[in-house]
Design a protein around this ligand. Structure first.
Ligand SMILES: N[C@@H](CCC(=O)N[C@@H](CS)C(=O)NCC(=O)O)C(=O)O
Length: 208
């Protein structure tokens, strides 16, 4: 399988899941800041994902899976013994999906694009930071009541995604100082050897 990724983006999340699941990936870097979008080996990325964004996972049959939430569940299901997801049909599976969708829609799409584009202006960015703060307070309360991971005692694909997105907080000036459990979550996940491996493979320094 080949992961199309860009350094420092949400494509870290599926990379962490693959790494934790013991799945070896071929990697193909895409510079998402450039147009036209050509991958490091010269492929026109529009032929891989017409929406032009990472992550995209090319399966061994040549088909391409897009959308991070779908990709991490697929990878986790390739190795169910990894415990990165829960069996289909169980309440735990839907709780996991609930977290993945929450992270995608309430966090990921609030940080990005809003906080990565100064041209949107301070008013839009202040609104995004306030909303993110409210959502992170919800996560903090959950971790206090039912942590240390989103699904309780076990690290799952949802934690990989949360780590990736909250990892943008320094860069985007989202204040984590009032969320001690979340900060300890970030430290704990960032110290996992497989997470460090995935970050190094994507050219990221350890820690976020
Ligand atoms: N809906 C997509 C969004 C992915 C996304 O936002 N990717 C960003 C990086 S984090 C990207 O590649 N942006 C470049 C672009 O949209 O042109 C998903 O959840 O996988």
């Amino acid at each position: 399988m080949k992961l199309y990724y860009a350094t420092g983006t949400c494509s870290l999340s599926p990379h962490i899941v693959a790494s934790e699941a013991g799945i070896a990936l071929d990697l193909e870097r895409v510079d998402t800041r450039k147009t036209p979008r050509v991958t490091e080996s010269g492929v026109d990325f529009e032929t891989v994902n017409p929406n032009l964004y990472v992550p995209a996972l090319q399966l061994d049959d040549g088909s391409v899976l897009t959308e991070g939430v779908a990709i991490v569940q697929y990878l986790a299901d390739v190795n169910p013994d990894s415990g990165l997801t829960a069996p289909a049909g169980t309440p735990a599976r839907y709780r996991l999906q609930s977290w993945l969708v929450f992270i995608a829609t309430e966090l990921h799409k609030m940080y990005s694009p809003w906080l990565f584009h100064p041209e949107y202006g301070t008013q839009a960015q202040d609104v995004a930071r306030k909303k993110i703060g409210q959502r992170l307070a919800f996560v903090e309360t959950h971790l206090a009541a039912a942590g240390p991971y989103l699904m309780g005692e076990r690290f799952t694909a949802a934690d990989a995604y949360l780590f990736t997105i909250v990892g943008w907080s320094g860069l985007t000036k989202v204040d984590l100082s009032t969320f001690p459990r979340l900060r300890s979550f970030m430290d704990r996940i960032g110290a996992r050897p497989k997470v460090r491996d995935a970050m190094a493979a994507q050219g990221m320094p350890p820690g976020l």
